[in-house]
Design a protein around this ligand. Structure first.
Ligand code: NAD
Ligand code: WQD
Length: 341
């Protein structure tokens, strides 16, 4: 069975491609490499002994996509390709809507033309917005995210729901990720942010390796146990396995048509300070930090209700916080400049 993975050279995509290859799927990756390197896929091939077909193309390019679907007989699409920097999305919102929303519309149109019905989308906990109470549950109404990035995820989910109404054959799964961190246990692939990392763990890892002087903790006066924000961090390999579980579910539930959302998280919240402590304990590396003002748009605390994925997909996040820290460090210390070497 052949799966088309958009954005498959990126952080979560490359780990998912690895899992798919290990499970015996054939994989075609489409990525424009705007935030990734083909080296990630070369390393996936080294780890697994199997190679994905790589096609450098943009999901907004209808002609290129059409040719790919013509040549490759794919039975499902896992759609990671998107821009993902929350802060940047407020500066260049149109680029975010063009890539994340218009790009997805284009992809769905080409899929429809080639009668590919199975679609797994990379959504985010951000779709719950700030109106919902934690833990977030899939049947809560979609919220009002504070960034164009978040809005783009809500918009795509709504588009998927509309496609269901218009095309009763459509089988759409939205996977709402919480906070993926860590790297494959080999230390050969991992997260390789360009420039100054926006997310917590890549920043901590770069402080540990000496690329950044110290971490700024954005706020310690939140209504949480230690005053810093709490998030549901999950290992990227667990997240990758969640995609395989969703794909296997689509294969098994042959009568399913429509739209279904699943949270992929652990169900537990961990504070920023607890993350710093866990990293220091697991790696024995000291992380200097300072308390800085709150970051605009941050919510105090959120985590998943992870029951639906457990019951329906048979999926739970298995790897603990120590493993997440050890694997982050193995990747970062072995590849201080990411894939650039
Ligand atoms: P990433 O930037 O590493 O991966 C995205 C990939 O898509 C990159 O390889 C990039 O080159 C490619 N891409 C972007 N625009 C493209 C386009 N127009 N055409 C073709 N390729 C394009 O990011 P990631 O962390 O692996 O995230 C993957 C997906 O998961 C994204 O949709 C993101 O919004 C979503 N997500 C990520 C997180 C997170 O914390 N990392 C959390 C929730 C959801
Ligand atoms: C985690 C915590 C920060 C950096 C974002 C997106 C979300 C999803 C995952 C894509 C927060 C604090 C961070 C730093 C810090 N992505 N922090 N110092 O904001 O929970 O989620 O990534 O869909 O949509 O919003 O993740 O890693 O940026 O932050 O103190 O240098 O770490 O304030 O409390 P976030 P994050």
């Amino acid at each position: 069975m052949k799966i088309l993975v958009t954005g498959g050279a990126g952080y979560i995509g490359s780990h998912t491609v690895l899992c798919l290859l290990e499970q015996g799927y054939d994989v075609v990756v489409v990525d424009n490499l705007c935030n990734a390197s083909e080296e990630s896929l070369r390393r996936v091939a080294t780890i697994t002994g199997k190679a994905a077909t790589f096609i450098q193309a943009d999901i907004r390019d209808t002609i290129a996509l059409d040719a790919i679907f013509e040549q490759q007989q794919v039975s499902a699409v896992i759609h990671f390709a998107a821009l993902k920097a929350v802060g940047e999305s407020s500066v260049i919102p149109l680029s975010y809507y063009e890539n994340n929303v218009a790009g997805t519309v284009n992809l769905l149109e080409v899929m429809q033309k080639h009668e590919v019905k199975n679609f797994i989308f990379s959504s985010s906990a951000t779709v719950y917005g700030e109106a919902n109470a934690v833990p977030y549950k899939e049947d809560m109404p979609l919220g009002n995210p504070s960034s164009p990035y978040g809005t783009s995820k809500v918009m795509v989910e709504k588009i998927m729901m509309d496609v269901v109404n218009a095309n009763p054959q459509f089988r759409g799964v939205s996977l709402r990720y919480f906070n993926p961190i860590g790297a494959h246990e080999s230390g050969m692939i991992g997260e390789d942010p360009k420039g100054i990392p926006n997310n917590l763990l890549p920043f901590v890892a770069q402080v540990a390796v000496g690329k950044r002087e110290k971490l700024s903790i954005f706020g310690d006066d939140y209504p949480t146990e230690d005053g810093t924000c709490e998030r549901d961090y999950l290992h990227v390999m667990d997240l990758a396995e969640g995609h395989v579980a969703a794909l296997n579910w689509l294969n098994k539930e042959q009568s399913f048509t429509g739209f279904e959302a699943f949270n992929l998280g652990t169900g537990n919240g961990t504070s920023v300070l607890a993350i710093v402590n866990a990293f220091e304990q697991a790696t024995k590396v000291n992380i200097p930090y300072q308390i800085s003002p709150r970051r605009a748009g941050d919510l105090p605390a959120f985590w998943a209700n992870a029951e639906k994925a457990k019951t329906a997909l048979g999926w739970t996040a298995k790897r603990d916080l120590t493993t997440m820290m050890e694997d982050t460090w193995r990747w970062q210390s072995g590849n201080p400049d990411g894939y650039a070497e």
